[in-house]
Ligand binder design. Structure first.
Ligand code: DO4
Ligand code: MG
Length: 278
């Protein structure tokens, strides 16, 4: 089932029927154990929306409240090789090689909840950066007990010029206004998302596709559980947390985003996160 945070309240779409919860608190609603079963019970007592009900695109908010967003890095071979290329000159390429094979994954802080951008809104490139890309990433919603309860689409906007100059600049390459997008909804499932799930991204410039790529999440080096285990080690999240799981779709090295480019990231069963570049 899909859960949307909207200007009208929480909208749940399950088995082709839609339900609206007007007064619910988002953080309390999503931060539950066995969320799928809980929502099944919630909607059992609710009236269905009219059969013609359509969610208005403009009412959709980012599916996040007070949670923090964290991100895992170098979880796919393609991310490792791209980063080794961009940081070769600085001599930092071996760090990416090492972290790909290390027991401890790379995990970094990405955004606070209120700073996250939703679908159909603008993301940004830094003014002091010359090489910029979106990173399409399956993003986990994990409750405060440390259990994965749902999935959304994430865009980990990144400055490759700043990260490539020195890996210690990673927080500046990754965390700035308009650098994190999530949406359009949270997919809440009874079982873990299948490894055949596909992440696709296309970038359009003046309505022409300038980049297109796609990958199955089965290519990821680490398991979701392993990443969550490290994120929740010595860290507590009272309303849960979001974790971007890393990118595998990386445009060629001479590609950089331009103002007004349109980035469309689609993940099977979840939907499409659309952002334009401010
Ligand atoms: O190592 C830097 C960031 C990696 C990342 O964001 C990714 O692999 O998706
Ligand atoms: Mg990333």
């Amino acid at each position: 089932m899909k859960v949307y945070k909207t200007t009208e309240g929480i909208v749940i779409i399950a088995n082709d029927s839609s339900y609206l919860l007007k007064e619910s608190n988002w953080d309390e609603f999503i931060n539950r154990d066995e969320l799928y079963q809980c929502i099944r019970k919630d909607i059992a007592g609710l009236a269905k929306q009219e059969p013609g009900f359509r969610l208005s695109e403009t009412s959709i908010l980012p599916p996040i409240g007070s949670q923090e967003v964290w991100a895992a890095g170098v979880t796919y071979l393609r991310s490792k090789t791209a980063r080794m290329e961009e940081s070769k000159e600085s001599g930092a390429d071996t760090f990416y090689d090492k972290v790909y094979d290390a027991e401890r994954p790379e995990i970094f802080f990405k955004s606070t909840g209120p700073k996250v951008v939703g679908t159909n809104k603008q993301v940004r490139i830094r003014r002091d950066s010359t090489w910029n890309v979106p990173e399409p990433e399956l993003t986990l919603f994990i409750n405060s007990a440390g259990n994965i309860q749902g999935y959304t689409v994430g865009n980990d906007m990144s400055s490759r010029s700043i990260e490539g100059e020195n890996p210690l600049y990673l927080p500046q390459a990754k965390t700035y206004d308009g650098s994190a997008a999530l949406g359009p909804c949270i997919l809440v499932t009874e079982n873990a998302i299948p490894p055949t799930t596909r992440i696709s991204m296309q970038i359009l410039r003046r309505n022409v596709i300038v980049f297109q790529g796609s990958v199955e999440i089965a290519q990821m080096k680490r398991s979701h559980q392993e990443l969550v285990g490290y994120l929740y080690r010595e860290n507590s999240f009272i309303s849960g947390a979001f974790l971007m799981t890393g990118t595998c779709v990386v445009p060629h090295n001479d590609f950089t985003l331009h103002k007004d480019d349109r980035v469309e990231i689609t993940i099977d069963e979840i939907g499409t996160l659309v952002n334009t570049i401010a």
